[in-house]
Design a protein around this ligand. Structure first.
Ligand code: SF4
Ligand code: SF4
Length: 206
């Protein structure tokens, strides 16, 4: 088999150095083309629906703390095993009480499974992506830090945080009757099949 690395040139192409002319023409064309480089950090990227950023525990406006009921679904589903929860049973109230809730965010693969399975929408991957740090401790989120992350996200969203719905809180393709009450959320109009990043079947069986 003969391997030809570049087409053979004829005499005229050799004399005129046609490849150089082609290269110069391309360079000249790019001088007048619209720039595609984003001037980050002055120019922020547009956050798309279903973006998975910094972890947060939603602060319940009534209790002032997390909505987590220690069902352990997020711990079970997490492929990275980076969520750690300790809890005790409150016999009097007949419920579980969270003692500690930690996420080792450096091990997270941002799959979103944890927020999708959470029956009470206590957990969210926010739109915050700028949280690089110089040490591992800063990317280890305990419950206090996760609630503070939510507060920062709420500040960032302003009034839009009221009625905020994360696409992962409404699992795709699951009939409403099979969802917990908290997950029976109205799908915003902009979540069309084309626009719905998380799942194409989100509007099925509504
Ligand atoms: S996004 Fe995925 S990997 Fe990260 S904490 Fe949630 S379930 Fe685990
Ligand atoms: S799935 Fe939700 S309610 Fe259950 S333990 Fe995780 S954060 Fe808490």
């Amino acid at each position: 088999m003969q391997i030809q690395y570049k087409p053979k040139r004829n005499l005229l192409q050799t004399i005129l150095h046609s490849e150089i002319m082609q290269g110069m023409a391309f360079t000249l064309k790019q001088l007048f083309a619209k720039p595609i480089t984003r001037q980050y950090p002055q120019e922020k990227p547009e956050i798309k629906l279903g973006f998975r950023g910094q972890h947060a525990l939603v602060r319940d406006q009534e209790t002032g703390t997390s909505k987590c009921v220690a069902c352990m679904r997020c711990v079970t589903v997490c492929p990275s095993r980076c969520i750690h929860i300790r809890f005790h049973e409150d016999e009097e109230r007949g419920c579980r009480v969270v003692d500690s809730y930690d996420i080792e965010a450096l091990r997270c693969v941002y799959c979103g499974f944890c927020e999708e399975v959470c029956p009470v929408n206590a957990l969210v991957l926010t739109e915050i992506f700028e949280y690089a740090a110089y040490n591992r401790e800063s990317i280890f989120f305990d419950q206090e830090r996760l609630l503070a992350n939510w507060d920062a996200f709420a500040d960032m969203k302003g009034s839009a945080i009221n009625g905020y719905i994360n696409p992962f809180w409404r699992p795709r393709g699951i009939p409403e009757r099979e969802l917990t009450a908290a997950k029976r959320l109205d799908v915003p109009d902009e979540w069309t099949i084309e626009g719905q990043v998380v799942g194409n079947l989100v509007k099925r069986d509504q």
